[in-house]
Design a protein. Structure first.
Length: 506
């Protein structure tokens, strides 16, 4: 039984000492050298102070140095916090004021006004403090924090989700026994390192003795170059945000080039439009997996291996819980568990996957990670996801919408996600979201098209025709807004908050 992720790394280093563990556009590192450099960084940190389970921030970039710094921090007995210095300065300040990290390390020569950033090249101690490192390891337990990732908060203040070694170990063990990974997996990393999707790339690869290839950011603005890069690097496994897969479909990239080595394609983060999935499946013969779960349950708590054909207007199941995890639907009115089909409830989760909570925020932690309503005989926490779900006629778990996407409009309760599923199936639509303008009490449809010189009037007619065939009129949008490019947040998801603000402030 693993107690910390370093045991996973060292096991793979023993089995595959000369294998490339990490690679980016400029550098690569073997498993043996990765262990050595991480220990050198840990020795440097320990010379600065003897801390335990305290935060050390890393100014990240799309490079392997970021990951090496993460592992060095872990060797020192502390937890790492990825920090994107390109975020608005106010947000960076809010995170650092809350975090008060012992050190701020930089994977490149980044600078932050008012803070000392130690460059990567200066983070090494030539002499590895083996005796001190061993003492740290002997104190480690599996509930020690491994990392904190800051997510958006409803109040505008970022929340630091703190995740333990145990939760990540549970995640990668479940992935290993559940999915058909290639014999020698090469992961194509798309997600930024301050986005929890990247956790799956890093630690699944370490568990399997694989290679993580950090794909250059510019590839995702040039889809043809992206596919060429996948082929150059012989990437056979991807765990991507839906938005990244949508880019490939939007540009019809596979008409020019097709991934030759992909065997396992996983996606998460948003609802996958079936149109996009079908496009990929028609060109790339691989296993496809729909993953579901928020950051607070360590990336994913459920999965659905795509095993049948879906029509464009259907929704994909989010499937079933991983082993050692339980998901149930909670009736919010009476706190009872829903077992019937086609009855909506809040998706709640229990198991080793649960995060430790929000860093320095007992109030939010107590609200989200609450005692199970199923019994009161002993302490047992569940995580309230804030997502609504239901079981379909096959007994598969389905995502309905966010609770905060559920609105009361014209006397009706409406799930904005249900409207989006219909509109995303319209031919010519790249992506579409609905937001509710509370000031003017209007449902606003914001959509992006995949054709040049879009005839807005003709597209609106096409959308309305689809709505007529699928939804009652009280669910139709009250306002239709065409965008050449919908705004994205830093994680590559459509920025609903920014869109809603636009219309409420107009």
């Amino acid at each position: 039984m693993y107690i910390n992720v370093l045991e996973i790394l060292e096991d793979s280093a023993k089995k595959y000492p000369d294998k490339i563990a990490l690679k980016d556009a400029e550098h690569e590192i073997t498993y043996t050298e990765l262990v050595k450099q991480a220990k050198q960084i840990a020795s440097f940190i320990m010379k600065k102070g003897e801390w335990q389970s305290t935060p050390v921030a890393v100014c990240i970039d799309r490079n392997i140095e970021s990951i090496i710094l993460f592992l060095g921090i872990v060797y020192s007995g502390n937890f790492y916090v990825p920090l994107d210095v390109n975020m608005p300065a106010e947000r960076v300040s809010l995170i650092l004021e809350d975090l008060k990290p012992r050190l701020l390390l930089a994977s490149k020569n980044q600078e932050l006004e008012g803070y000392e950033c130690i460059p990567y090249e200066q983070c090494f101690l030539e002499e590895i403090l083996e005796k001190e490192l061993q003492a740290v390891r002997e104190r480690m337990i599996d509930t020690d924090p491994l990392y904190a990732i800051f997510t958006s908060g409803s109040t505008g203040k970022p929340k630091g989700v703190l995740v333990s070694h145990r939760s990540v170990i549970d995640l990668v063990e479940q992935f290993r026994i559940t999915f058909p990974f290639p014999k020698e997996p090469v992961f194509g990393n798309q997600a930024p390192f301050d986005f929890d999707v990247s956790v799956k790339d890093i630690y699944n690869s370490l568990m399997l003795g694989g290679t993580v290839v950090v794909i250059p950011k510019q590839c995702f603005s040039m889809p043809l170059k992206l596919i060429e890069y996948l082929n150059e690097q012989r990437i056979n496994t991807i765990i991507w945000a839906v938005s990244a897969m949508r880019i490939v479909e939007n540009f019809k990239t596979f008409a020019k080039a097709v991934p030759k080595y992909l065997q396992l394609v996983m996606f998460s983060g948003e609802i996958m439009p079936v149109r996009v999935l079908n496009y990929w499946r028609s060109y790339v013969n691989a296993h496809y997996v729909n993953l579901y779960g928020p950051t607070e349950i360590t990336c994913n708590c459920s999965y659905y291996l795509i095993d049948r054909e879906f029509e464009a207007e259907e929704s994909l199941p989010i499937g079933k819980a991983f082993r050692n995890t339980e998901i149930f639907l909670l009736n919010q009115e009476n706190n009872t568990v829903i077992r019937e089909q086609n009855v909506q409830g809040e998706i709640c989760v229990r198991g080793s996957c649960l995060a430790l909570g929000y860093y320095k925020d007992e109030e939010k932690t107590a609200k989200a990670f609450a005692q199970t309503p199923v019994h009161a005989f002993y302490p047992e926490k569940i995580y309230h996801t804030g997502d609504m779900g239901y079981y379909n006629d096959r007994g598969e778990l389905m995502f309905a919408s966010r609770m905060d996407y559920q609105i009361k409009h014209m006397g009706h309760r409406i799930e904005l996600g249900e409207i989006e599923v219909v509109i995303n199936a319209v031919e010519g639509i790249d992506a579409a979201v609905c937001v509710f303008d509370t000031k003017h009490e209007k449902i606003v449809l914001c959509y992006q098209c995949n054709a040049e010189n879009v005839d807005a009037a003709a597209m609106k007619t096409r959308i309305v025709d689809k709505l007529k065939s699928r939804l009652p009129k009280f669910m139709w949008p009250n306002r239709y807004e065409y965008y050449e490019k919908l705004p994205l947040n830093k994680n590559g998801k459509i920025d609903r908050v920014a869109l809603r603000r636009i219309y409420e402030e107009s």
